[in-house]
Design a protein around this ligand. Structure first.
Ligand code: NAD
Length: 256
């Protein structure tokens, strides 16, 4: 087991990519702290993990809240004795307006969750990560953290781009402390987030789905498990010399 005796905290792990990541890290031997604001689904994920014999716990945790972050890290160390792997995954599609129509409040809410949440996570976890001989941070950005996408959702793109460079900044800063930091850039992955984006943007979910297939060379959506496999790689010692890198799991989208 690549991650036995490691403790992982995965944000937004009640659904989608985070949920698949929690299952995968547990399957690799890690104790997993599932955090989210969706308490019902989060507890169900932990129940499924425990039923498979994994060490797991659920914490209510809004990633935009500094107090919640402090509590989440403290509770993780108290419960499992360490924090080795931090996966900053929680996210929302957020504001849907284009740049001339997005309100300041909508902009700030998206930035708070998608960008400030990642900063707070790395800052609050620093003492625990420094204490770990195997510290690895995996930040979930997006293909839209490295391109302008379809031209809408400016805060989503800005925040995901910030996560990409913040990852590299932290990687360089911590390189000699043994804390690795990498970003993952999923393409179109079949989760609830994608469903909400497609219905609200065009009103025509099927039409938007076709656009996503058209712009993806492999002509299919990705599965959450395919992103989780990348997280598991970056989390463990197979990636011991990998830091500050960006891993695209996107069916070829970014290669065009
Ligand atoms: P999802 O909606 O299935 O899951 C997101 C989870 O985050 C949910 O459980 C939700 O409750 C939680 N969450 C939302 N706001 C939160 C907050 N303030 N604090 C804590 N948790 C919160 O979405 P997903 O597709 O699994 O997305 C996971 C990550 O992957 C996100 O960062 C998203 O931007 C990114 N991503 C997704 C896709 C895609 O196509 N699905 C593509 C690129 C990047």
């Amino acid at each position: 087991d690549r991650l036995s005796n490691r403790v992982a905290l995965v944000t937004g792990a009640a659904n989608g990519i985070g949920e698949a990541t929690a299952y995968r890290l547990a399957a690799e031997g890690a104790a997993v702290v599932v955090t989210d604001i969706d308490d019902e689904r989060g507890r169900a994920v932990v129940a499924a993990l425990a039923a498979n014999g994994a060490r797991a716990a659920y914490l209510h945790h809004d990633v935009a809240s500094e107090t919640d972050w402090q509590h989440a890290v403290e509770a993780t160390v108290e419960r499992f004795g360490a924090l080795d792997v931090l996966v900053n995954n929680a996210g929302v599609h957020g504001e849907r307006e284009s740049i001339e129509d997005v309100t300041l409040a909508a902009w700030e809410r998206s930035i708070a969750i998608l960008q400030t949440g990642v900063f707070l996570g790395m800052r609050c976890a620093t003492p625990a990560l420094r204490a770990s001989p195997h510290a690895s941070v995996v930040n979930i950005s997006s293909i839209f953290g490295a391109s302008g996408g379809f031209g809408g959702s400016p805060a989503y793109h800005a925040a995901k781009g910030a996560v990409r460079v913040l990852t590299k900044n932290a990687a360089v800063h911590w390189a000699r402390d043994g804390i690795r930091v990498n970003s993952i850039h999923p393409g179109f992955i079949d989760t609830g987030l994608l469903g909400s984006a497609s219905t609200e943007q065009g009103g025509a979910s099927a039409g938007m789905q076709q656009v996503m297939l058209d712009v993806t060379p492999m002509a299919r959506l990705g599965r959450p498990e395919e992103v989780a496999a990348g997280v598991a790689y970056l989390a463990g010692d197979d990636a011991a010399f990998v830091t500050g890198s960006e891993l695209y799991i996107d069916g070829g989208f970014s290669a065009r």
